[in-house]
Design a protein around this ligand. Sequence first.
Ligand SMILES: *Cc1c(COP(=O)(O)O)cnc(C)c1O
Length: 427
Amino acid sequence: MIYKRSSALFAAAQKVLPGGVNSPVRAFNAVGGNPIFVERAEGPYLYDEDGNRFIDYINSWGPMILGHAHAPVVNAVKERAEKGTSFGTPTALETEIATLAVSMVPNIDKIRFVNSGTEACMSAVRLARGYTQKDKIIKFAGCYHGHSDSFLIQAGSGAVTFGTPNSPGVTKGTAKDTLLATYNDIDSVQKLFDENDDEIACIILEPVAGNMGCIPPSAGFLEQLRELCDNHKALLVFDEVMTGFRLAKGGAQELYGVNADIVTFGKVIGGGLPVGAFAARNEIMDHLAPEGPVYQAGTLSGNPLAMAAGLAMLKELENDEVYASLKKKTAYLHEGIEEKLKAAKVTHTINRVESMISVHFSETPVTDFESAASGNNETFKKFFHGMLNEGIYLAPSAFETWFLTDALSYEDLDETIAACERVAKTL
Ligand SMILES: *Cc1c(COP(=O)(O)O)cnc(C)c1O
């Protein structure tokens, strides 16, 4: 493939944007080479500025669960745009999407819309601290909850890829209130509670981790966290920015049958526009301004354009068949890739939960950050570039999950598996 225009555009971008990008994971630092510049996208395909077509397995890092330029979403945005894009006043649309979201997700009464997953998680933790009147939080190594200061402690994907797990600019004062546990290791959490008795406001986690590749919670892990939180009067916060409306209508809470106290959303909930949200039962949400004392605000929060896109998306996802179809397609891809890698004797481990899947070039099971980091990064780089040249767009980091879209046909999946067969022979 030829990337002439993308290369020129990247050179121009680097002069005026740090690293040529507006979010570090878009750069190819972890795999080498230059990013492709996308001109347009439709269904499961990306088209770059050089006219190359790629089958997309990132889907804007998750939101495009029904494919790019999905007609109901695009039409809703077009219609709303003509009536004005933001008023800074309440609109009927906000109540409509809130009512729908609350009906789809278990165990929540109220939801507050913000503009990104970062904002959602940052606000959720403030609410947990305000509600419990405690300061410390527990997070897991390798889990990403956006780029706000409290979370940039062993934060998975982007932060790991760039070798700055503890970012400069995060103060020691902030870092000391973030306690670090090991994913799928309940003893590491118990120990933190033992050492910080009565000081822990909440545990925040990705109920299915997606920022160290895809890592499912081990059997009983979420239930044990629930119990620890109940015993210590701490809140359990599920960061469902990635898993919300992706694993099921009701996200991981529904899939695993475990209730969180606060749930955060992003990605799918905005239908591809910048939207985040956090939600909880009344007793917790009542603490939020203007009802309660915990402050949170946003000039563009809940703006009609974003809400129209989100609402159109959620309406489509009320249909459970979407999730059944996505699951089947992801299982099909899993089997296909597994077979080709095995045939070529490439050491690997594939993790999958519903429509999230990741391939680790690792001999051991991948269950936490340490095992995710033990994968062979040189093999990943070759695999990534090999697949890219075959027209398959994967995330440019071994720490990222692939997100499938229901717009993928079985022909697209077969094309991907055939590409994998050719690339596997070069590894
Ligand atoms: C993407 C992501 C975030 C951050 O969302 P942004 O919209 O990028 O700020 C937070 N948590 C998880 C689990 C994510 O995957």
